[in-house]
Structures are given as C-alpha cells and as structure tokens.
Design a binder for this molecule. Sequence first.
Ligand code: UT7
Length: 333
Amino acid sequence: MTPYQILGLGSFIPAKSLSNDDLAKIVDTDDEWIVTRTGIRSRHVLDDSQNTSDMGALAAQQALNNAHISPDQITHVIVSTCSPDHLCPNTACLVSYQLGIKGAMAFDLNAACSGFLYGLEVAGGILANRPDAVVLFVCAEALTRRVNWEDRTTCVLFGDGAAAAVLARSPQGLAQVTEVCCHADGRSPDPLSIGGGTAFHVKNGDPVDENFFIRMEGREVYRNGVRRMTEMCVQILEKTGLTTEDIDVIIPHQANLRIVESVASRLKAPMNKVFVNLDRFGNTSAASVPIALHEAMEAGRIPAGARVLLTAFGGGFTYGSAILQFSAPDAAD
Ligand code: UT7
C-alpha cells in the first residue's frame, strides 16, 4: 500500500461511568463474574441529550486541533460505526455539519469492531488516488443504546465512546500507516447482531422485541475472535517482513481480557507490550482501538520511533490489522 500519515488523534468518552456493582442492581450478575470472565470493571454511558454524532464531532474537533488542521482543509469525512444516529442521513454528514465542514465527501462505514482497521484501508485508497486529500476519520459508537438491559450475557460488555484521526499524505506526522490487512467471513444467521435495519419488520405502534437489541453467541464469537486476530497479526507481520520482536506496542480490540491474553500468548508477545484499557471502557466496538491508541499515546506508552501493531475482530465477522510507525524525535520536531 502507499503509506500515509496520521497527523493528529482525538477522543471523547462520556462522563457517566457505570460500574459492575451498578449493573448488579439491574440484572442478575456480579462484579466477580464480570471481572473474571471479561476483565471489565466499568464502562461509560452516553448522556440522553447526546447521540453518536455528538461524540464523533467532539473527538474529531480534538483531532483537528492536535493536527493543526482547520475544517475547511478536510476533503473527506468517514465515520466508522454500527450504532449510527439514523439509517439516513449518515453520521458523517451530521459530524461534518457540527464541525462546519462544507462540501467534503461524507459517508459511514460499518465493519463493527473492526471499523478502525477498515477505515484505515479505505482512507489509504482515497489518499493513493487523491494525494492532496485530507481525510477526517471518526470512529463513534453508542452501543449502550442498543443493549438489552435484561440480557446479562451482553449488557455487561459494551460501552460508549469515540475517537478520530486526521489522515493525509505528508512527509511528517504523528505516525505513518505502513500497512493494513482487512478481511471478512460473512455468516447468516450472524452470531453477533444488532437489529433496527430493514430485516427488522416493524409497523408504526409495534413494540420492539429482543431482536432489536445486541444479540451474541458469546463462545462462538470468542473462539473466532482469538483465531482471527492472531491470524491477522501473523499475516501483517509476514507481509511486512517483521516479527513480534520488531513490534514495540500491540493495541488489540478491547472486548475481553482473556481474548487479548490468548492472542498475545499465541504471538509469543509479553503482556507488557500490550495496551489494555477495557477494564474502564468495556467494548466500544469501532471506537475501541483508536480510543486505546490515543490513550496509550497520551499516557506515554508509545515511545518516539515505536512500531505499533493494531488488530481487531467484530460482527460480520470482520477482522483486520495495521502497522503504525511512530515518528522518531527528530522527525516529530
Ligand atoms: O466486539 C466483538 C467481539 N465480542 C467479543 O469478543 C465477546 C466474545 N465473548 C466473550 O467475551 C465471552 O464469551 C463472554 C464474556 C460473552 C461470556 O463468557 P464465557 O466464559 O464464554 O461464558 P458463557 O457464555 O459460557 O457462560 C457461562 C455461564 C452461563 O451460565 P451456565 O449456563 O453455565 O449456568 C451464563 O448464563 O455464565 C453465565 N453468565 C453470567 N453470569 C453472571 C453469562 N453472563 C453472565 C453475567 N453474570 N453477566
């Protein structure tokens, strides 16, 4: 692929945090089960007054500020989400409107939890075709709006949040996107689904049933998640002629600590190379990898010149990986 740069990153996490003990008051669960089986201790929940596009716009504004790019320089807006405000208009148009971006092509991309990797691949195609483009790429999810709060097998897992990146072909930036791999393995019925599309038959006045909400066959998704994220890491390492030892930081999709540990163990990567924040945010789907990337960077967990491996897996099934080369100190000056 033609490499390009991440010029700036931003993120937004809603203020309200819901602990495992809070959840135990509304559904038959407890902190010990959730921590032991998932590693999650709390998650953030979007305020009723805000939607996915609001979180996306806040994260995007921060990314624009950090990249020193103004809205009128943006040529393309992509929003990765499986929890858009509406089926139509797309969330990217709503984010563009909020930021005062006028005239830029704007579209949504749905690859569930692999949304960040898919967006990096799509943006790479745009930037290869149009070298002067400046892409605002947002990942935003409000999955707690589609959680069935009576289903303990799913409602404890998900959280809300957003992250954004400004992408361009540039000699310098925060990090170079060196390589991306994305694949899918479509299934029906899907072991992981969110209702609300046109397959969900509903007439005015009908109550919604359980199919409207997130449904998941946890074990099936778990097995495939470990297998596919490991495969994606191996594939991109082979493609780039690298080994696990050449990677400084691994940032996997933040769904379940046991999944993350299994992938790391199969790659023979020590856990001190792996960034984990799912304990505080739960699974934020497409936003999970870029929120973690931004947090790792802000926390000083990504040294200058570091090589970072990203990987994710989600509904579809979709899966992918990417390698980022962070700028060395002299290049970043
Ligand atoms: O982002 C896309 C990717 N998504 C994922 O990667 C999620 C993948 N799946 C998982 O992370 C795990 O499968 C879960 C965390 C969802 C479930 O963990 P598990 O170890 O696979 O548990 P299980 O589904 O086999 O359930 C074990 C038991 C069941 O009870 P019985 O049938 O053994 O009596 C469940 O009913 O745990 C019960 N259970 C719960 N108990 C307390 C399920 N959820 C809960 C809960 N609290 N929240």
